[in-house]
Write a protein that binds this ligand. Structure first.
Ligand code: SAM
Length: 429
């Protein structure tokens, strides 16, 4: 049952479209996934249906197929993401080589979509204020083999204080009253009240204040929500523009969505195959490059050099960053990290243990191959045993990249007879 106050407002808001809107809420929702371009050409999968028009890697899938359970999901071949939720990044249009911030990023649907579009070039900062959700975000960044992301657990205010004018593009996918998710999540309905809408609008205003500082002159700010409440959507944008004459609505082509005032768009469940969303595209005046001095890298340790030589692993441009025992490979543009709560400063290469190097799961997922690999059919008994955490017969020796078909799945270490299992304990089936 939808709240009476909500229905009354929607009737006023939608006029003659109200009937179509109500009908759409009774229909089963369309489900979608987004392929990971880092994994090469898209596989042919029986459950994949037609394309999501606004995202080249987005496709609907058969409702009862449960692709989240497929081994390819664990290999980061795709991310399950609601189709309308792919809209804001289409409007953000991040480019390879830029500095991009996803300010409210967990669980990482939009961050991993941005990463796909950046193709590993430039710097993506994925931030989430809630510590538990930041961990989930970090795991998804790992699963989707993103090499150029800095994952932080910060307040928007602290980020703005440390990286003012740093980003070419900033996405604020704000916490909202979630009206657009009523069909997807029962909790969205039970948590809703007119007071929630007012509270969310105030919080969105506060987040946007900080976001404004993070955009460099000439940069793009996209504000999005998954709610229908005008107070949190067009209203929030109007209030922001009033207080920020340095921002203007930006005209972008998005024929799939319904255009509104101030560079905004509505995604209505009765007008497209997806849930309810809102997004507005704004541009900061000026064209100067705002910069922060990038932090310095460290020399790559000898243990890594030996390991990478033995397996013939080559890294893209970047710099080494050590976090305790852990070694990361970060984009050149990585800023100074002092004063920031960091979960992941780039691609995790592995751990430097006493006299030896232990490669990270993130590195396995990022690699598409290396000198020592063991590939099993995704449906095979061996693959099942590997994902279960068992040692599996194999003739490989030393560190070995395990693949499910063409996709890397994790590490093993062989003695010529048996491959010792290094699939992360927390992921085992
Ligand atoms: N962009 C994400 C995605 O596509 O997977 C979804 C983000 S969700 C709509 C909004 C996020 O904002 C939540 O993860 C929530 O924890 C976070 N959040 C809540 N309060 C916040 C605040 N005051 N400042 C910044 N982020 C906040």
């Amino acid at each position: 049952m939808l709240p009476e106050d909500f229905l009354t407002r929607m009737k006023l808001q939608l006029g003659e479209e109200y009937g179509a809107f109500l009908k759409s809420l009774e229909r089963p929702r369309a489900v979608a996934l987004r392929f990971n371009p880092r994994k090469g050409p898209r596989p042919e999968l029986p459950f994949v249906l037609g394309p999501v028009p606004w995202e080249p890697e987005g496709f609907y899938y058969a409702p009862d197929s449960r692709p989240g359970l497929h081994v390819y999901h664990e290999c980061g071949v795709y991310y399950l993401q609601e189709a309308s939720a792919m809209g804001p990044v289409a409007l953000l249009s991040p480019q390879p080589g830029e500095r991009v911030l996803d300010l409210c990023a967990a669980p990482g649907g939009k961050s991993t979509q941005i990463a796909g579009r950046m193709g590993g070039q430039g710097l993506l900062v994925c931030n989430e204020v809630n510590p538990k959700r930041a961990k989930i975000l970090s795991r998804n960044i790992e699963r989707m083999a993103v090499s150029n992301a800095l994952v932080t657990n910060e307040t928007p205010g602290n980020l703005a204080a440390r990286l003012p004018g740093f980003f070419h593009r900033v996405l604020v996918d704000a916490p909202c009253s979630g009206e657009g998710m009523f069909r997807k999540e029962e909790a969205a309905v039970t948590d809703w009240s007119p007071e929630t809408v007012t509270m969310c609008a105030r919080r969105q205003g506060e987040i946007l204040e900080e976001a404004a500082k993070l955009v460099r002159p000439g940069g793009r700010l996209v504000y999005s929500t998954c709610t229908f409440a005008p107070e949190e959507d067009e209203g929030a944008v109007e209030a922001f523009l009033k207080g920020h004459p340095e921002f203007k609505p930006e005209i972008v082509e998005a024929p799939w969505f319904q255009p509104g005032p101030n560079g905004s768009f509505r995604m209505w469940p009765h007008a497209l195959l997806g849930e309810g969303h809102f997004a507005a595209v704004l541009r900061k005046d000026g064209g100067e490059t705002g910069t922060a001095a990038p932090g310095r890298g460290e020399p790559l340790p000898k243990l890594w050099q030996e390991f990478s030589k033995a397996l013939d692993i080559r890294l893209p441009e970047g710099k080494a960053v050590c976090f305790g025992q852990s070694l990361f490979w970060a984009p050149e543009e990585l800023p100074e990290l002092a004063g920031l709560r960091v979960l992941r400063p780039g691609l995790e290469l592995g751990e430097l243990k006493k006299g030896r190097f232990e490669p990270a799961h993130a590195l396995a997922l990022w690699l598409d191959g290396c000198a020592v690999t063991q590939s099993w059919d995704p449906e095979s008994r061996e693959m099942g045993a590997y994902l279960h955490g068992e040692a599996v017969p194999s003739q490989q020796r030393g560190w070995c990249l395990v693949k499910a078909g063409p996709y890397s799945a994790g590490w093993g270490k062989g003695d010529g007879n048996l491959l010792k299992n290094h699939y992360p304990k927390g992921l085992r089936r």
